[in-house]
Design a protein around this ligand. Structure first.
Ligand code: 4AD
Ligand code: MG
Length: 453
């Protein structure tokens, strides 16, 4: 007999004389002559209630079932007499697949996020983390749907690379050399290699051939900052569009956030409601806003003025030229505009070499999308397509013309205005769940001094 998942079973909404469910025991209550077992198989938030009565041949074994055990139950799905669930499974046969000891760590009481991080191998079995990882899956699907429906091509950019896209010196080195001093020529690639911090430079080459493309893959940054929104390994979505300027780039970023939030509201209602009830009471109104509201747009210079006028006791003082900190970003979006904001035209001194120089000679055609609770969720720009300007900028920033020869050369062969951005996938999940720590939206997070699982 074929197993049916609890999600499909409850969705079918019909009595069924013979079904087979395989799942883990969440709780069990014993009464005189029968037991109720709550089962969860991870296919949805809801548990399935099983009624097992004393006439079952292995009833003694069933009475000893513990939380965390895996079972197979075959029986009849009937409308439930009790409260709290519509359906219940009357067991004709209960088979124990794998038992769990009384010491199983996930007992009924609610655990702290900090404790659950120490049992990352088990926490997906809780309601909260199960919901988070289902939403993660649904969002990944929605990302592809958004771009595929708009004619973008999904491309794969390298994870091992010799270039440093962001130029922030936050790369993990890749080497096959044993510890000790060796010549770089003896190393696997013969040059310094590292894990990619962004697929953008390569994505640009594909955009200049295929038109509209996007990457969606793992990215690595050795930022030694133990914040709640930075991970050493995270996933990034990077669209890149030929014949596209900063205005169109911002429009796409806004449309993407609208789409992804709307998708989650529509397709993950149960899981999202769990977060609305237990994690962030303001989540649902916030998601409605994110799905529909027109984003505010403000040039960096004006954003700085707003921050200066605010008289807020910021930890990092504000003047033109500073990189916005999370506290500044959150003030702008949460207090001042009260909706998502796109800050654009940042000073060139705080941005990477590839961003297009504006006519003022001081700022670049860049943009950051800021949202409540997180701050920056998207960073993007129009790229410098003018060979001469790019070459000069690289020289100023001491980037090797020899090393990036291929990137420069793309500006000599049919160069066109093009733009793109990067959306941090984990920050997106934080945004739609209200989870405040990036460690809790990644099954096995990597942060400084933490790679146990
Ligand atoms: O602003 P960033 O550094 O932009 C780029 O990497 C560009 N090359 C993107 C592009 O134009 N194609 O990073 C983009 C986004 C950030 O806005 C943030 O959401 C996320 O990536 N991000 C991180 N997420 C988690 N942990 C980290 N350490 C992150 N660093 C960046
Ligand atoms: Mg950025």
């Amino acid at each position: 007999m074929q197993r049916i998942k609890i999600h499909s079973l409850l969705k079918s909404g019909a009595q069924n004389d013979s079904v087979l469910v395989k799942a883990w025991v969440r709780t069990k209550r014993d009464a005189k002559g029968f037991s109720f077992i709550e089962l969860n198989d991870g296919s949805c938030l809801a548990n399935l209630q099983v009624l097992a009565d004393e006439h079952l041949p292995n009833y003694e074994e069933i009475r000893k079932l513990t939380t965390g055990s895996a079972v197979a139950v075959q029986g009849r799905l009937v409308p439930s007499q009790g409260q709290g669930q519509q359906w219940e499974l009357q067991a004709a046969q209960v088979t124990v697949i794998g038992s769990a000891p009384e010491a199983y760590p996930l007992q009924k009481k609610r655990h702290t996020d900090e404790f659950l991080r120490t049992i990352a191998h088990l926490r997906p079995r809780t309601n909260k983390y199960g919901a988070a990882f289902r939403i993660r899956s649904e969002l990944a699907f929605a990302v592809h749907r958004f771009f595929q429906e708009r004619g973008f091509r999904y491309i794969h950019t390298p994870i091992l690379t010799a270039s440093d896209c962001e130029g922030a010196g936050e790369m993990f080195r890749v080497t096959t050399l044993p510890p000790g001093t060796h010549k770089i020529e003896e190393d696997f690639f013969g040059v310094e290699a590292n894990l990619t911090v962004s697929g953008q430079l390569e994505a640009e080459m594909l955009a200049l051939a295929l038109g509209d493309v996007y990457t969606f893959g793992p990215t690595f940054r050795a930022e030694n900052s133990n914040t709640r929104r930075h991970a050493a390994e995270f996933w990034m979505i990077e669209p890149e569009m030929a014949f596209c300027d900063l205005q169109e780039d911002m429009a796409l970023a806004e449309e993407l956030i609208h789409f992804l939030t709307g998708h989650v509201l529509q397709h993950c209602a149960d899981d999202v409601n769990l977060f609305g009830r237990f994690v962030d009471k303001n989540l649902l109104p916030q998601l409605e806003l994110l799905a529909q509201a027109q984003f505010s747009r403000v040039p960096y210079a004006e954003a700085v003025e707003i921050l200066e006028r605010s008289k807020q006791p910021f930890e990092y003082p504000v003047t033109f030229g500073i990189d916005l900190q999370s506290e500044h970003e959150r003030y702008l979006t949460e207090q001042h505009f009260k909706k998502p904001v796109i800050v654009y035209d940042f000073p060139k001194t705080i941005k990477p070499f590839y961003m297009r120089l504006n006519d003022d000679g001081k700022t670049v055609a860049s943009m950051d999308v800021l949202v409540a609770g997180i701050g920056e969720i998207i960073g993007g720009s129009q790229r410098e397509e003018r060979y001469g300007v790019l070459a000069e900028r690289m020289a100023q920033m001491k980037l090797s013309k020899e090393k990036y020869w291929w990137y420069l050369e793309s500006r000599q062969y049919g160069s066109v205005p093009h733009s793109g951005f990067g959306l941090g996938f984990e920050r997106l999940i934080m945004m739609v769940t209200g989870i405040t720590n990036i460690r809790d939206v990644i099954p096995f997070p990597r942060t400084p001094k933490s790679i146990e699982f």
